[in-house]
Design a protein around this ligand. Structure first.
Ligand code: FES
Length: 108
């Protein structure tokens, strides 16, 4: 086992794209989940920050029982639920744009 150096990571976005089968509970994939992932990833990539702002598709993050569309950002510990594609610009402006001031991309 070897520890991973995450010192260059400014944030790690977890975007739920879970599709629940055989359940009455809603799933994020029933909403805009994949489009949200693609839009956020596209923004990060367009700014050349994929090595410093990580983004990962996940399974259920546990908030779909309320209203789905769930994104978590660490280490900031920001959680957003009921998110739609239209909310991406606000999330970017509020939580991702400020990270750009921390510097340019760095090779891992
Ligand atoms: S299916 Fe996305 S939070 Fe549960």
């Amino acid at each position: 086992m070897k520890p991973v150096d995450t010192s260059f990571c400014l944030a790690h976005l977890l975007v739920c794209v879970n599709q629940r089968h055989k359940s009455a509970l809603p799933s994020c994939a029933s909403g805009d989940a994949e489009a949200i992932y693609q839009k956020l990833r596209g923004w990060i990539e367009a700014h050349g920050m994929l090595s410093r702002i990580w983004i990962t598709r996940t399974e259920c993050l546990g908030w779909c029982h309320v209203d789905g569309g769930t994104v978590a950002i660490y280490p900031q510990n920001i959680w957003v639920r009921a998110m739609t594609l239209d909310d991406c610009d606000a999330l970017i402006e509020e939580h991702l744009q400020p990270l750009l001031s921390h510097g340019r991309p760095r090779k891992p």
